[in-house]
Design a protein around this ligand. Structure first.
Ligand code: PLP
Length: 450
């Protein structure tokens, strides 16, 4: 009863997997994992897979990390869960203090949710509600950039723009202003990331000018558009956006759910633009990839707009059942301890440079349009025609072929369409990076064959 095959059969009888055409599992196996240690996942037949995408961008310090495990074990014997309305507890207070102390300046209040999408909805509702409480009910719309991703719930799809996730549900979504993305993949030859990002900002600037009276906030992913294919842009865009939002009186919501906690090379991506958003949204790696939790950090100015006598009905009447769960807080505290004690951000610079070297040769591949990188994210864009960047037809599922090749070899590289990317745990070694690059190269060769 402990072999892969048995578990696979039982799985497909009862489960419905996320982001999956379940019929695919007639020929692409669902992999039952028995246990994991560090960067390795191990299935029931004893085969190991290197987790090259940090289990959907969450796991930064390895699976079953002894320090995080211990902290959760200690916490579970003390207090496992508690409602956070009317009550509080030590881990949630300590975590809030820690987050405020490391976040960009001015973010002094922490509100919790239990997943990324919910926390985006918190930020959207808070911004909208702030303007309502401040006597500006007409400021109720949102603007964003194209190709963004903020989650799968109805409101987060409304402010998102990745067709595979949103197109089907279009009729359910609310209207949001979408401005062309600064995505540097589309820059003209010879134009730098910075120039291109500046140029693209003109669209945002005119949108803000035109719609300032009705805009509550602009929401975007900083530096890297993750689910949109690891598309990247220069920090100057965030700097210009912060200035313009201040100028036109519009909130800035920065979704660092995927890119926070060191992924872009700094603790938070905002640091590279030297900005503080009005709302900073965190999840995924917040708990080291252990437990679902999300946090929205905001300013005291926004908090104060809700602070009033009860009968003025200004309170933020919003909750998720597992808000501030003590076990998740414990995992997050252990994660922050590791950042602090192990000099992670500094050490990652070496790993990031190594990822660049190990994959540089792929830029010359006849079916690779671009190898791009921001910190600990490296993406390889496969194309049908390199000269004019014609993409492979989506029906050909080239990325899926890379995935299958890599799994065969013992590496988990789950691409986004035709984009193969490395987003590894920070405990990856230079040797493992070399090996992963080797597999990615071979996988791409295999996938682009006709
Ligand atoms: C994953 C993600 C979300 C949604 O988080 P969930 O926990 O999956 O709901 C939102 N924004 C970004 C940028 C993400 O990568």
């Amino acid at each position: 009863m402990s072999r892969n095959q048995d578990w696979m059969e039982r799985d497909v009888n009862v489960l419905w997997h996320p982001c999956t055409q379940m019929k695919d599992h007639e020929h692409i196996p669902v992999i039952p994992i028995k246990k994991a240690q560090g960067i390795w996942l191990e299935d029931f037949d004893g085969k190991r897979y290197l987790d090259g995408v940090s289990s959907w961008w969450t796991n930064i310090f390895g699976h079953c990390n002894p320090r995080i495990n211990q902290r959760i074990k200690d916490q579970v014997d003390q207090l496992e869960h508690l409602m956070l309305a009317g009550f509080t507890h030590q881990p949630v207070i300590e975590l809030s203090e820690r987050l405020v102390s490391i976040a960009p300046e001015g973010l002094e209040r922490v509100f919790y949710a239990d997943n990324g999408s919910s926390s985006i909805e918190v930020a959207l509702k808070m911004s909208f509600h702030y303007w309502l409480n401040s006597g500006r009910p007409e400021k109720k719309r949102f603007a964003t950039i194209t190709n963004g991703y903020h989650g799968e719930t109805v409101a987060t799809m409304s402010v998102g723009d990745v067709a595979v996730f949103t197109e089907t549900y279009k009729a359910m979504l609310f209207d949001c202003i979408k401005v062309p993305s600064p995505d540097c993949y589309h820059r003209e030859r010879g134009v730098s990331w910075e120039e291109h990002s500046r140029l693209m900002f003109e669209h945002m600037c005119s949108t803000l000018e035109q719609h300032q009276h009705e805009l509550a906030a602009v929401i975007l992913e900083p530096l890297v558009q993750g689910a949109g294919g690891m598309r990247m842009y220069h920090p100057i865009y965030l700097r210009l956006l912060r200035e313009a939002c201040d100028h036109y009186g519009v909130h800035l919501i920065v979704d660092e759910i995927a890119m926070g906690f060191g992924r872009t090379g700094t603790m938070f991506a905002c640091e590279q633009a030297k900005i503080s958003p009005d709302f900073l949204v965190l999840s995924k790696a917040l708990t080291g990839g252990y437990l679902p939790m999300a946090a929205v950090l905001t300013t005291n100015a926004i908090y104060q707009a809700f602070y009033a006598e009860y009968d003025q009905l200004k309170a933020f009447w919003h909750s998720h059942t597992y808000t501030g769960n003590p076990l998740a807080c414990a995992a997050a505290l252990a994660t922050l301890d590791i950042f602090q004690h192990d000099n992670i951000i500094e050490k990652n610079q070496v790993l990031a440079a190594h990822m660049q070297q190990a994959t540089a040769h792929l830029a010359d591949h006849p079916h690779v349009a671009e190898v791009r990188q921001t910190g600990m994210v490296l993406a390889i864009e496969m194309v049908k025609n390199k000269a004019n960047k014609t993409p492979f037809a989506w029906q050909e599922r080239r990325g899926m072929k890379v995935y299958q090749y890599a799994m065969e070899k013992g590496a988990l590289l789950r691409p986004l369409g035709n984009v193969v990317y490395f987003l590894p745990p920070y405990i990856i070694t230079p040797e493992q990076i070399n090996w992963l690059s080797q597999i990615a190269s071979e996988g791409i060769d295999y996938a682009v064959r006709d």
